[in-house]
Write a protein that binds this ligand. Structure first.
Ligand code: KG4
Ligand code: ZN
Length: 346
C-alpha cells in the first residue's frame, strides 16, 4: 500500500480544526500498522465567542465554522507546502455533535471531494479522540483499556485494535466534562467550566466538602455524575454569601470527586480485563489532577498510561485526519466518491 495523504476536517462543536496526515508505506499483512504522520494542523476555537452566552450557541457555532474552515484549510496546505491536488482522501467528522456544525465540515469536505474528484470518508468523533494518543511521542500499543472523557461522553472501553472496541462501562446520565462544566456554571464561573474550575481548584482544599462518588461499590464500570451537580447546588445554597470565600475549596472538592471516580473505575477496568495499558482521551484528559492520580496509581501496579498531547486532548482536526487514515490503513472502511453526505448528531 502506498502512502496516502489524508485531509481531516472537524466541526462538531465549538472548534474548527483542519489537518493533514500521511500514512506510511506498509504491508496489509503487517500485524502492527505504522502510525500515520501528522504533517500539519490548524485550529480555531470559538470559546471567546460563546463565553458571552455562558455556553455554546449552536447557530453561532455553525456560522463561525463556515467563516473559518476554508482559511484554516489554506493555512494547513501552506504550512505543509502541499496543494489540494496532492490530497488523496478527505475525512470529516460525521458525528456525534451539533447538527448544523457537523453539516459545515461535512459539506465542505464533500464539496472539495466532488470538485477535485477525491474520495471522502466520514469519521466518528469519539474514535478521533480515542486514537489521538497515537500522535503522541509515546504512542500506545494494542490491546488497552481506554478511558474516554469528553464534554458529551464518558466511557471505559476495551480496545484490541482499530475498530475493535468493546464498551465496558459508560455514564448513565451526565458525562465527566458535563459534570465539570455544570458545577462550574453553578459556581458562577465562565464557560468552558472544566479548565477554569480546575485552575481555581489549585489553591483549594479537596476535603473541604464531602461530595458523592456514586457507583463505586462492586464491579460496576458505569458512571453517574448527575448527583454531584445536585450536591454542588445544595452546598452553594447552604453557603449563601459565603460562596465567594469558599469557592476554591468547593472547586477542589468537586474536581476531587470527579477525578476519584474516573481513577477508581479505570483501575477496576484494568483489573477486570487483566490489561496492563491505559489510554486516556478526550477533553477531561487534559486535567492535571486526573493525570497525576492515574500516573501514581498505575505506576504502583506496573501499568503504562498514555495520553494525547495536551493540545490534542480537546477537539481538533488532527485526530479526525488520523482516525480516517488509520481506518483506511486497516482496511476497515473505504473512502467513497459518493459525495452526498449525511451527518449523525447523536
Ligand atoms: O473532548 P472535548 O474537547 O469535546 C467533546 O467532544 O465534548 O471535551 C470538552 C470537555 C469540556 O467539558 C471541558 O470542560 C473539559 O473537556 N475539559 C476539562 C479540562 N479541559 C477541558 N475538564 C477538566 N479539566 C481540564 N483541564
Ligand atoms: Zn470532542
Amino acid at each position: 500500500r502506498h502512502p496516502l495523504l489524508v485531509l481531516g476536517v472537524e466541526s462538531s462543536c465549538d472548534e474548527t480544526g483542519v489537518a493533514l496526515v500521511r500514512t506510511q508505506p506498509h504491508d496489509l499483512q503487517d500485524a502492527t500498522l505504522p502510525v500515520p504522520e501528522l504533517l500539519g494542523h490548524a485550529l480555531h476555537s470559538q470559546i471567546d465567542m460563546h463565553q458571552l452566552y455562558g455556553g455554546v450557541v449552536p447557530e453561532l457555532a455553525s456560522r463561525d465554522h463556515i467563516r473559518r474552515v476554508l482559511p484554516l484549510t489554506e493555512q494547513v496546505l501552506r504550512d505543509t507546502q502541499c496543494s489540494l491536488s496532492d490530497v488523496d482522501v478527505i475525512g470529516y467528522t460525521q458525528g456525534p455533535g451539533l447538527a448544523g456544525a457537523l453539516l459545515v465540515g461535512a459539506g465542505v469536505a464533500c464539496a472539495l471531494g466532488a470538485a477535485l474528484n477525491k474520495p471522502v470518508i466520514g469519521v466518528h468523533h469519539l474514535e478521533g479522540h480515542l486514537l489521538s494518543p497515537f500522535l503522541s511521542a509515546d504512542p500506545p500499543e494494542f490491546p488497552f483499556v481506554a478511558l474516554l472523557v469528553s464534554g458529551g461522553h464518558t466511557q471505559l472501553m476495551r480496545v484490541d485494535g482499530v475498530g475493535q472496541y468493546q464498551i465496558l462501562g459508560e455514564t448513565i446520565d451526565d458525562a465527566a466534562g458535563e459534570a465539570f462544566d455544570k458545577s462550574a456554571k453553578l459556581m458562577g464561573l465562565p464557560y468552558p467550566g472544566g479548565p477554569i474550575l480546575a485552575r481555581l481548584a489549585q489553591g483549594g482544599d479537596p476535603a473541604a466538602f464531602a461530595l458523592p462518588r456514586p457507583l463505586l461499590r462492586g464491579e460496576n464500570l458505569d458512571f453517574s455524575f448527575a448527583g454531584l451537580k445536585t450536591a454542588v447546588a445544595t452546598q452553594i445554597q447552604k453557603l449563601g454569601d459565603g460562596l465567594e470565600s469558599a469557592k476554591r475549596d468547593l472547586a477542589a472538592s468537586t474536581q476531587a470527586a470527579i477525578v476519584d471516580v474516573l481513577m477508581k473505575k479505570s483501575l477496576l477496568a484494568l483489573r477486570l480485563t487483566g490489561l496492563k495499558r491505559l489510554v486516556v482521551a478526550g477533553g477531561v484528559g487534559a486535567n492535571q489532577l486526573l493525570r497525576e492520580q492515574l500516573n501514581a496509581q498505575c505506576a504502583k501496579r506496573g501499568i503504562r498510561v498514555h495520553y494525547p498531547e495536551l493540545h490534542l486532548c480537546t477537539d481538533n482536526g488532527a485526530m479526525i485526519a488520523l482516525a480516517a487514515a488509520m481506518r483506511l490503513q486497516a482496511g476497515l472502511q473505504e473512502a467513497t466518491r459518493d459525495w452526498s453526505f449525511d451527518v449523525r448528531p447523536r
